[in-house]
Write a protein that binds this ligand. Structure first.
Ligand code: NAD
Length: 260
């Protein structure tokens, strides 16, 4: 069934929209008719993305971990389009690789600020907007396969993405009675800038194509495939889904690794 035009007349705010999964989400939602407010700390890159979208869309430069920047992008959305219907809280960073004895606490704080404080502020801003306007909307967060697993050398990222699960579930419990749904997508390996940087930070030890090839689907994902899940979660096709994480990981998270 065609999904073309299903977001016509809707306003979608996407964070981390300059690159990777956020860019693909902005392209997908605009392709389905939404006016997009593309938010990113990289103002030039996000301005270029917004300019390429097929619907009237705007770019807002800002750091999702800063309260004032989050207020600014919500205000910009309302000023430009009068409302917000859909919010994809996606911006995230990976942090450094280190095992616990060598953990850099500043790195931990930075990862938590972007990956947890960012979506927390975004959720608060969206709920405040809908409380004031009397409207309602739908939210998707980008979690990760790291929301479901542990990793010896990537503790800040793992912890931050587990916290995203808590945000999804808590916001869903609050939002449900108000008619506001909140879900998360948990991507596996998708070769974006974030993953390429991670691979080079480990001197090639983080070989994503080898790791992706161990998933049941035997390949890495594409940003467009994750955007398809986001679009589903933000659409009425998922109208009875809230508080869920959808693992879009080629099946990696369902493999029993302790089988004898
Ligand atoms: P990416 O690096 O390509 O894109 C991330 C974007 O977020 C960039 O444009 C960056 O400028 C922006 N950003 C970073 N910090 C920001 C901040 N403080 N404020 C505003 N924008 C900021 O990476 P990606 O792979 O597209 O990652 C997007 C999300 O997907 C992240 O939350 C990441 O944790 C998650 N994720 C990615 C993968 C993967 O395999 N690529 C897997 C699981 C989860």
């Amino acid at each position: 069934m065609s999904t073309a035009g299903r977001f016509a007349g809707k306003v979608a705010v996407v964070t981390g929209a300059a690159s990777g999964l956020g860019r693909a989400s902005a392209v997908r939602l605009a392709g389905e008719g939404a006016n997009v407010v593309a938010v990113d700390i990289d103002t030039d890159a996000v301005t270029a993305v917004a300019a390429e979208l097929p619907t009237r869309s705007i770019a807002v430069g800002g750091d999702v971990s800063r309260e004032s920047d989050v207020e600014t992008y919500m205000r910009a959305a309302v000023d430009a389009f009068g409302k917000v219907d859909l919010h994809h809280l996606n911006a995230g960073v990976f942090g450094s690789f280190a095992t616990l004895p060598d953990l850099d606490v500043d790195d931990f704080e930075r990862v938590m600020a972007v990956n947890v404080r960012g979506p927390l502020l975004g959720l608060r801003a969206a709920f405040r907007h809908w409380r004031t306007s009397g409207e309602r909307g739908t939210i998707a967060l980008t979690a990760s396969i790291a929301s479901l697993t542990g990793a010896a050398d990537l503790v800040p990222y793992q912890v931050s993405k587990h916290a995203v699960t808590g945000l999804v579930r808590s916001a869903a419990v609050y939002g449900g009675p108000l008619g506001i749904r909140v879900n998360g997508v948990a991507p596996g390996i998708v070769p974006t800038e974030l993953f390429r940087n991670a691979a080079s930070a480990t001197g090639g030890k983080n070989d994503m194509s080898r790791r992706a090839s161990t998933a049941p689907l035997r390949r890495a994902g594409k940003a467009e495939e994750i955007a398809g899940v986001v679009s589903f979660l933000l659409s009425d096709d998922s109208s009875y889904l809230t508080g869920q994480l959808v693992a879009a990981d080629g099946g990696a998270s369902v493999v029993n690794t302790v089988r004898p």
